[in-house]
Design a protein around this ligand. Structure first.
Ligand SMILES: *Cc1c(COP(=O)(O)O)cnc(C)c1O
Length: 374
């Protein structure tokens, strides 16, 4: 199965999601548009994932790491910041596992306003921290986790001087719907399954709202089953209870009390989908597999749906997990990979540290290449 980007998608590339999907977003003619050209990310057909599932299924990877700050958060941020500026905001505030702060800081800089970010100390991937610094955000780290940071930000947001740009801000969800629009327009129809990682659960909520909007507008005839993946050590929705101390290498989904919990459950139930878990080992293995197998480098959280799909490919029987048995022949499956691999170099740090310099001659380099096969 192959796919070529439609002329329409090419025409809009670089112009941002508000310009392209204004009719579906909460913006007026008078709203100042703060954009960095987000959206229009590639939907990449994956021959190897398709072959792994087999039975004439087509698997596509929506590569959200190619947004301006390297994650899907930019789609929501352009709308949230445009609306905040329209309302006269001078200072944004957010809690973040890293990508929201990177995005908020960039769009605040673009708008010429301030940005305060509250982060869990020691749990932010270095690339994301570098971004918040580079874009000039005021950074506060707390001796606590993301859920505690969000509670503080909710309280500070009661004051007039801060505009919250976490996904509890409905403008964020509005903007993030646009990824579903792009997928439907590119495939000509909604896929049969949509797989994505779930942390605070804003994105699964947004995709479902986007697919519903396009059904209601007559642009799609069906909606996909939504399959969300949490990390086994941070799986409140899967387990049905708050996780007080969530732990996972996938820091972007290291969340124990998702803000959009009930909306995510509704999306999963209404779509006939499911919430599932993958282990940290499966996540890191899938991250490596996708980079080496398809040339797509993503951060650990983004590899969660790939891990789930690879496991499903090997599980023919109906199990408690998402399995091949639940995927009909000829299905179209989209996996959203949410953030760029460069954001989290720590995830691959041991491999980098292992590289030792050799003498500067051909023999030594050839010998080193021989032993460097992995
Ligand atoms: C924010 C984020 C997630 C989780 O998205 P939610 O909307 O919080 O469920 C997953 N992956 C990456 C890379 C993220 O930045």
């Amino acid at each position: 199965m192959n796919i070529s980007t439609s002329d329409d998608a090419a025409r809009w590339r670089g112009r941002g999601v508000i310009a392209r999907y204004r009719a579906y977003l909460p913006v007026a003619e008078t709203t100042p548009v703060i954009s960095l050209g987000e959206g229009g990310t590639p939907l990449i057909h994956s021959p190897r994932l398709s072959a792994a599932i087999g039975r004439a299924c087509g698997v596509f990877v929506k590569y959200e790491g190619l947004n301006p700050t390297g994650s899907f958060k930019d789609r929501g941020m352009t709308v949230a910041v445009s609306k905040a500026v329209e309302r006269g905001a001078k200072m944004l505030i957010c809690a973040s596992t890293g990508n929201t702060s990177a995005s908020a800081a960039a769009y605040a800089a673009r708008a010429g306003i301030g940005c305060a970010v509250v982060l869990p100390a020691g749990k932010i991937a270095s690339g994301k921290m570098v971004q918040a610094v580079a874009y000039g955000a005021r950074i506060v780290t707390i001796e606590g986790n993301f859920d505690q940071a969000l509670e503080i930000v909710r309280a500070l947001g009661q004051r007039d001087d801060f505009a919250i740009v976490n996904s509890i801000n409905p403008d964020r969800i509005g903007g993030q719907k646009t990824a579903a629009f792009e997928i439907v327009e590119e495939l000509g129809e909604a896929p049969d399954f949509h797989l994505l990682p779930v942390g605070n659960a804003g994105n699964i909520t947004a995709y479902w709202a986007g697919y519903e909007d396009f059904c209601n507008a007559g642009k799609a005839k069906r909606r996909p089953k939504m399959i969300g993946f949490q990390a086994a050590g941070a799986a409140p929705i899967f387990r049905g209870e708050i996780v007080v101390r969530p732990e996972t290498v996938a820091t972007a989904i290291r969340i124990g009390k998702p803000a959009s919990w009930s909306q995510a459950k509704r999306a999963i139930a209404d779509s006939g989908g499911m919430i599932d878990i993958v282990s940290d080992e499966e996540i890191l293995e899938a991250q490596r597999w996708l980079a080496r197998g398809e040339g797509i480098f993503v951060e650990p959280a983004s590899a969660a749906p790939i891990a789930g799909l690879l496991r499903a490919a090997g599980a023919e029987k109906v199990t408690a997990h998402f399995s091949a048995a639940s995927i009909p022949d000829g299905s179209r499956i989209v996996c959203t990979v949410t953030g760029h691999g460069l954001k989290d170099p720590e995830a691959l740090a041991s491999a980098i540290a292992a590289a030792r310099p050799v003498p500067p001659n051909e023999t030594a380099v050839l010998r080193a290449l021989d032993t460097a096969r992995s």
